[in-house]
Ligand binder design. Structure first.
Ligand code: AMP
Length: 392
C-alpha cells in the first residue's frame, strides 16, 4: 500500500512514493527546469540515483517521463499498490481547513484562490490535471494553510480597513502548516500529553514559527503570503511596509522589483551575501562581520517571536525545532536558547550536539521549558492525510 506524493511548482515536479504505514520513502525524485532548453531529472530508488538531462516541454511530459522511470527503474507502479495521489497545495484560503478529495468543485476553488498564490496554485493545478489524466486513483489535495484556519480572528485579521481587507481577502493564512501540524502531533505523542503550549520553529530555507495550544494553531508568523515573519534564506520576513512606499517614491523601484528584492534578494542572502545557513556560518567563522551580524539578526527575530507567542498562550511547555536548520544546526539552537536563559531554559549541550533522525530532547530535565528537535516529514504527513480522506 503506497501513496504517490506530488509537489508541483511552476517549473518543477517533486515526487515521493511513500508507505504511509511505515513512513518509508520508497522512491524519491524531481523534474526541474521544465520548459527550459534542458531539464534535469533525478530518480532515487533503492539508494541508487538516476539522473538525466533532456528537454521536458511541460508538466504532462514531465510526469509521463517520471511514470516511465517507475516502469523501467522501479518500483513498478502496478506492483506498488498506489491507493491515492497526494498533492501539496500552498494556498487553500478560507475554503479548506483540511485535506480534500479532488473534484471539479475543489479544482475550481483552488483556481479561484490563484490570485493569493500566483506562482504556486496555477502550477499545482497543472500537476493535478496531468496526474489525474495519467493515474486512475483518488487524488487528494493537502493545503499548507489548512492547519492555520483555526487561528482566532484576533491573530488572523490585520488592522487594515475592514472593507478593503475583506474585498481583497487580505488576512493571515500562514504556510508550512503541514509541517507545523506534523511536528506538533509528534511532540504530543513524544511527551504523551495533548494539553500543551507549544512553539514550533520550522527553520528551513523558508522559515516560520507557530504557537500551538492544545493541538490547535493560535498564531503563526507567515501572513497573507510566506514573506512575513522570521528572517529566511532570501526573504526579509517582518519589515515596515512603509519601506515599500519609500523604495517606490524615493528609490524609483517598480512593484515587481520590490517584490523580487523582498522575496529573492533579502534575508540571509541580502545580509550576508549567501542564503545557505552553512555558508553563513563558514563566512562568520572566517571573520566576516556581515555574516556574524546576519546570524544575530536571525536569532534575535526568533527570540522575539518565542517571547511574544509565550505571552499569547500565557505560558510555554515545549519549543520544537524542525526543518533543515532547526534539525541540523546545533550552534544556532544553542544561541537561541542562551538568550532565553533568563526564563529558566537550560540547554543540554551534549544531546544538542548529537545528530539523528529521531525526535529528541535537547534541554536538561530541570529546564523550565522542554526543548525538542523533531524531524519533519511533509511527504509522510501528506500521504497519511490522503489515506484518511479516502477512508483507509
Ligand atoms: P530546508 O529548506 O528545510 O531543506 O532547509 C535548508 C536549510 O537548512 C539551508 O539553509 C541549509 O543550509 C540548512 N542546513 C542543512 N544542514 C545544515 C547543517 N548541518 N547546519 C546548518 N544548516 C544546515
Amino acid at each position: 500500500m503506497t501513496v504517490l506524493v506530488i509537489n508541483s511548482g511552476s517549473s518543477s515536479i517533486k515526487y515521493q512514493l511513500v508507505d504511509p504505514e511505515s513512513g518509508e520513502a520508497i522512491a524519491v525524485g524531481l523534474v526541474e527546469q521544465i520548459g527550459e532548453e534542458s531539464s534535469h531529472i533525478k530518480h532515487t530508488y533503492k539508494g541508487e540515483k538516476h539522473e538525466y538531462d533532456q528537454p521536458i516541454a511541460d508538466h504532462g511530459e514531465g510526469l509521463r517521463f517520471v511514470l516511465d522511470l517507475f516502469e523501467n527503474i522501479g518500483p513498478k507502479l502496478a506492483d506498488a499498490h498506489i491507493e491515492a495521489v497526494g498533492h501539496r497545495v500552498v494556498q487553500g484560503g478560507n475554503h479548506f481547513d483540511g485535506p480534500a478529495l479532488v473534484t471539479q468543485e475543489v479544482r475550481d476553488l483552488i483556481e479561484e484562490l490563484a490570485p493569493l498564490a500566483p506562482l504556486h496554485n496555477p502550477a499545482h493545478l497543472r500537476g493535478i490535471d496531468v496526474a489525474r489524466e495519467l493515474l486512475d486513483v483518488p487524488h487528494v489535495v493537502v493545503f499548507d494553510t489548512a492547519f492555520f484556519q483555526s487561528l482566532p480572528e484576533e491573530a488572523a485579521r490585520y488592522a487594515l480597513d475592514r472593507e478593503i481587507a475583506d474585498k481583497y481577502s487580505i488576512r493571515r493564512y500562514g504556510a508550512h502548516g503541514t509541517s507545523h501540524q506534523f511536528v506538533a502531533q509528534a511532540v504530543a505523542d513524544y511527551v504523551s500529553r495533548d494539553d500543551l503550549k507549544q512553539i514550533v520553529l520550522h527553520l528551513g530555507n523558508g522559515a516560520s514559527v507557530s504557537a500551538v495550544l492544545n493541538g490547535k494553531a493560535v498564531d503563526t508568523s507567515m501572513g497573507l503570503t510566506p514573506l512575513e515573519g522570521l528572517v529566511m534564506g532570501t526573504r526579509t520576513g517582518d519589515i515596515d511596509p512603509a519601506a515599500i512606499f519609500h523604495l517606490s517614491r524615493v528609490g524609483g523601484l517598480s512593484i515587481d522589483e520590490i517584490d523580487n528584492l523582498f522575496n529573492k534578494q533579502s534575508g540571509l542572502k541580502g545580509l550576508a551575501g549567501v542564503n545557505d545557513m552553512r555558508a553563513v556560518w563558514s563566512l562568520a567563522e572566517s571573520g566576516d562581520a556581515h555574516a556574524r551580524e546576519a546570524l544575530d539578526i536571525y536569532v534575535h527575530r526568533i527570540v522575539k517571536y518565542i517571547g511574544s507567542y509565550a505571552a499569547v498562550m500565557g505560558g510555554l511547555d515545549v519549543i520544537a525545532f524542525t526543518a533543515g536548520i532547526g534539525e541540523n544546526d546545533d550552534l544556532l539552537r544553542a544561541e537561541v536558547l542562551e538568550r532565553l536563559a533568563g526564563f529558566g531554559l537550560k540547554l543540554d549541550a551534549e544531546t544538542n550536539a548529537v545528530r539523528g533522525d529521531e525526535i529528541r530532547q535537547i534541554s536538561t530535565d530541570d529546564s523550565s521549558v522542554q526543548v525538542l528537535v523533531v524531524p519533519t516529514n511533509e511527504e509522510l504527513a501528506i500521504a497519511r492525510q490522503a489515506m484518511e480522506v479516502i477512508g483507509k
